[in-house]
Design a protein around this ligand. Structure first.
Ligand SMILES: Nc1ncnc2c1ncn2[C@@H]1O[C@H](COP(=O)(O)OP(=O)(O)OP(=O)(O)O)[C@@H](O)[C@H]1O
Ligand SMILES: [Mg+2]
Length: 490
């Protein structure tokens, strides 16, 4: 356990970190920061939501010359939203330093970006395609770059940015430090690192599982046609603060968000075909709680750090186990608890096994929720709302009006009516969801030494077994809590 003031950081950074509410360095931070400050190339791997951004952001800021007018570093990220988020986090860390990070991404007016670049930021956080654009236009100067960071490198590769990244890495000065980060590291990352990094130090935070323990991972086996009802019921029963639902395709995301709004949920969809402005607007709305449910494709949610996401629903299984890790990693971040539900159709069971084999964690099978349970949950929420209103002092005139009603009508009838009014309207309005074909099995997943018949024969730790006290006591044993944010004081 390391405190930030034990890492030899500049006072201004320690102060900024403190303002952000960080007390202790997370494991990836305490391992990466000292080596990165020595100037070494690093491949950093740690579970989702464990602070990889600050793990590269802090040493980066320690190296940037304050007040300089030269571009000294580029951070490459796979999506536009991530570029914005990472540059915001770097700017927060740079609060007391005269250093600026500028996000530069596709879909935003290039002239606006050129104006931003003229203000001479020392750090640019970019998507590869747009960075290439600026390189060609010579609106970005590369000669003073001494640090390159690749965030979510594996996603950039699978999105087909490999050539862009290679070109960028060939053009920036050779005398540089290169840092590469992700929660998952498929073997193809090796090629990039061998070609473009110098004797990189591989820092992987060792964990038994690839997913954090703070996420309660469940799955439901159901038919394709039952998925939508199951989803609505789960939302009603769980009452998530904020939740993200993942669909496999853009069409799926559109149809699902439309269907959910028909059923009375406040929801928006996000995927790569939407205009950039719209994507940013939807995310901002979701972040401030203006909508509670976000329906997304994998790409749209990579690396996103939104506090308050309590539930992730995998409406469709992801294409590969790595995507599963990143998807559910939108919850259970920075030591907080989260729940994920994954829908599996009978023909897709092999994919579930492949996911479990990768994460080294068995998901808990739960039954399909019933309409009865959903209804009761809706009534319970309505009753809670009603009671909380009744606990606030009511004015005399409203009490008088109530008295009059109770003199004439039966109290049970009146409370029932009030409850009915407060209960979320459900509708059976028809919704359109085009059936998704089940995922095809690419290769046989390894299942050696592990059987699904009975929990005990599994080799992977099921979440419940990690804690002797059972589910209810999990919070107290949560080892990730060690770097929890301190409570806001104001
Ligand atoms: N030392 C710390 N103490 C408390 N909170 C922290 C600490 N470091 C980072 N955080 C917070 O934890 C959250 C997750 O961090 P971050 O987004 O960097 O995770 P990540 O490891 O990059 O996850 P992903 O793999 O999903 O991209 C952020 O809100 C961040 O501000
Ligand atoms: Mg990240």
């Amino acid at each position: 356990m390391t405190l930030f003031n034990e890492l030899g950081l500049h006072d201004k950074i320690i102060k900024a970190v403190d303002d952000m509410g960080f007390v202790k360095a997370s494991p990836i931070q305490e391992q990466v920061i000292p080596f990165a400050m020595e100037g070494m190339d690093i491949i950093g791997q740690a579970q989702t939501g464990t602070g990889k951004t600050a793990a590269f952001g802090i040493p980066l800021l320690s190296k940037i010359e304050e007040g300089s007018t030269e571009l000294q570093s580029i951070v490459l990220a796979p999506t536009r939203e991530l570029a914005i988020q990472v540059s915001e986090e770097i700017n927060r860390l740079a609060k007391y330093k005269n250093i600026n990070a500028l996000p530069v991404y596709g879909g935003e007016d290039i002239m606006k970006q050129i104006r931003g670049l003229k203000k001479r930021p020392q750090i640019v956080v970019a998507t590869p395609g747009r960075f290439m654009d600026h390189m060609r236009r010579k609106t970005i100067k590369l000669d003073s770059i001494h640090t390159v960071i690749l965030d979510e490198a594996d996603e950039m590769l699978s999105m087909g940015f490999i050539e862009d990244i290679e070109t960028i890495l060939e053009e920036v000065p050779n005398e540089r430090q290169t840092l590469l980060f992700s929660a998952t590291m498929p073997p193809r990352i090796k090629n990039i690192s061998q070609k473009f990094m110098q004797d990189p130090k591989h820092i992987a935070v060792k964990n038994k599982t690839m997913t954090v323990d703070t996420i309660d991972q469940k799955y439901i086996e159901l038919k394709e046609k039952d998925k939508f009802d199951a989803l609505c019921r789960l939302i009603d029963i769980n009452g998530p603060e904020l939740s993200i639902i993942f669909g496999r395709t853009k069409r799926r995301v559109d149809e699902l968000s439309e269907a959910l709004s028909i059923r009375g949920y406040e929801v928006e969809g996000i995927h790569g075909d939407l205009k950039q402005e719209r994507r940013e607007k939807v995310l901002r709305k979701f972040k401030r709680g203006g909508i509670k449910i976000l329906v997304a494709t994998d790409v749209a949610a990579r690396g996103l750090d939104i506090s308050g996401v309590t539930h992730v629903f995998n409406f469709d299984l992801p294409q590969d186990p790595e995507s599963y890790v990143h998807r559910i990693g939108r919850t259970g971040r920075a030591g907080k608890n989260g729940i994920s539900y994954t829908f599996v159709t009978p023909r897709e069971k092999e994919h579930l096994y492949a996911i479990e084999a990768t994460t080294k964690r068995a998901m808990d099978k739960v039954p399909m929720p019933t309409e009865e349970q959903a209804k009761n949950a809706r009534y319970k929420q309505a009753a809670e709302k009603l009671i909380s209103i009744s606990e606030k002092t009511q004015t005399e005139d409203i009490k008088e009006a109530a008295k009059l009603i109770l003199e004439q009508y039966d109290a049970l009838d009146i409370v029932s009516a009030a409850l009915k009014m407060m209960t979320k309207e459900t509708s059976n309005a028809p919704v359109k969801l085009t059936e998704e074909a089940p995922l095809r099995v690419k290769k046989k997943p390894q299942r050696s030494g592990y059987s699904r018949n009975g929990e005990r024969s599994r080799n992977f730790p099921s979440k419940n077994r990690n804690y002797s006290g059972g589910k209810g006591e999990r919070t107290g044993h949560n080892k990730n809590k060690q770097y929890n944010k301190k409570k806001a004081t104001s």
